[in-house]
Write a protein that binds this ligand. Structure first.
Ligand code: FES
Length: 154
């Protein structure tokens, strides 16, 4: 028997009209994470200026509606922020900004938090920077690699 999941209006709004969809050419940092269990994948691109401010941020999400909505909200929340501030973005804050998520969809917001961290990690590596509190990204992306190979993406 299928279960009906109820989403907040805000989640539905970001799912129907997601902000910051796309990619950034020559991005300062790119982070891709996947959840092997549900098979969903999220990629976040950052454009960071010389002062460490995130000027632009885009995402591509191959996943469920909650993953799309959380990517949309997470990118909105880190745009214009410093990399240190972006690192502090938690999945809880994204959920709250979306008016909550059903319990079975909480892991989707974790994907957004991890994708932001992975993009920040890539930015730090490229620029030989150490950002306090930034850890190597969670790497649950074996299926991701296969997916990108299949789709011809890098
Ligand atoms: Fe996997 Fe939403 S069900 S990210």
């Amino acid at each position: 028997m299928s279960q009906i999941i109820e989403y907040s209006d805000k989640v539905m709004e970001h799912f129907s009209n997601p902000r910051n969809v796309g990619e950034i050419e020559n991005a300062s940092g790119v982070g891709t994470v996947g959840n092997a269990k549900c098979g969903d994948i999220m990629r976040i691109y950052l454009d960071v200026d010389e002062n460490g401010i995130i000027k632009d941020c885009k995402f591509k999400t191959f996943g469920c509606g909650a993953a799309v909505a959380t990517s949309s909200m997470a990118t909105e929340m880190i745009k214009g922020k410093s990399v240190e501030e972006a690192l502090k973005l938690t999945n809880k804050a994204v959920q709250e900004a979306l008016g909550g998520l059903p319990a079975v969809k909480v892991h989707c917001s974790l994907l957004a938090e991890e994708a932001v961290h992975a993009a920040l990690w890539d930015y730090a590596q490229k620029n030989h920077l150490e950002i306090e509190g930034l850890k190597p990204p969670v790497d649950d992306i074996d299926e991701t690699k296969e997916f990108y190979e299949m789709s011809g993406e890098q």
